[in-house]
Design a protein around this ligand. Structure first.
Ligand code: ADP
Ligand code: MG
Length: 232
């Protein structure tokens, strides 16, 4: 198993407004993520969590402030598509799997343009499905998988290009709490095995409590960010 170091992320005085400035979704947000950290981002609906993930994923740019990954400013990266597909793995609340494709085929999609041989893509997809505990569901279509299994396929897909950072937006939000806990345990395993840095949006206190640190967003401002007390 190749082990790559996770990314270091710095968010520095970031402001992001919408509606001609009337909605300040993020209002001077600063924090950093150390390589290999698993950090929860919590906050009420509308507090700016998804906006923040979109900025770190270079899907959008801040109005003010800067975001760097391993010291490189995202707004100066020339090929942002390559940044998104090589460096970042995205996991969403709804798995966004393509229903007509098998688990293996869904995982291979992000590999096009990176892993050139078909045999290598299939082998890699098989290994990733094994890593998320679905070695026996390679050819299953999403409709035949449970919610937790679909989310595990989505995590395998996020790992397709060995990202240094995983951005997960409420990945357990559509799951019951036992299944959600298993998905979180899987992300924690990925982090431990691969050293991947993970920023996870959640509104589940139980999920948040299982991470290294919790960042609390409220009205576009970060509060908290203290390390979790060590488990007893
Ligand atoms: P959360 O993910 O915490 O629920 P969001 O980041 O989605 O919050 O939204 C933060 C605020 O920014 C909300 O008031 C939302 O309505 C607003 N917002 C987010 N994206 C847009 C957009 N593309 N256009 C206009 N307003 C937006
Ligand atoms: Mg959101």
């Amino acid at each position: 198993m190749s082990r790559r170091l996770g990314a270091e992320v710095r968010v520095d005085h970031v402001v992001k407004a919408f509606e001609g400035g009337r909605v300040r979704a993020l209002d001077d947000v600063s924090f950093s993520l150390a390589p290999g950290e698993l950090v929860a981002l919590t906050g009420p609906s509308g507090s700016g969590k998804s906006t923040l993930l979109n900025l770190i994923g270079a899907l959008d740019d801040p109005d003010e402030g800067s975001i760097t990954l391993d010291g490189e400013r995202l707004d100066r990266i020339r090929d942002r598509d390559a940044y998104r597909s090589r460096t970042v793995g995205f996991v969403f609340q709804l798995h966004n799997l393509i229903s007509t494709l098998t688990a293996s085929e869904n995982i291979q999609i992000p590999m096009f343009g990176h892993t050139h041989s078909r045999a290598a893509r299939r082998e890699r997809a098989r290994n990733l499905l094994g890593e998320v505990g679905l070695a026996d569901r390679v050819d299953a279509r999403p409709a035949t998988l449970s919610g937790g299994e679909r989310q595990r396929v989505a995590i395998a897909r996020a790992l397709a290009n060995e990202p240094r950072l995983i951005l997960a937006d409420e990945p357990t939000g559509a799951l019951d709490s036992a299944t959600g806990a298993r998905v979180l345990a899987l992300l924690d395993e990925v982090r431990q095995r691969r050293g991947t840095t993970i920023l996870l949006v959640t509104n589940d206190d139980q999920v948040a409590a299982a991470t290294d640190r919790v960042l609390r967003l409220r009205d576009g401002v970060i509060r908290g960010g203290e390390p979790q007390p060590a488990p007893a």
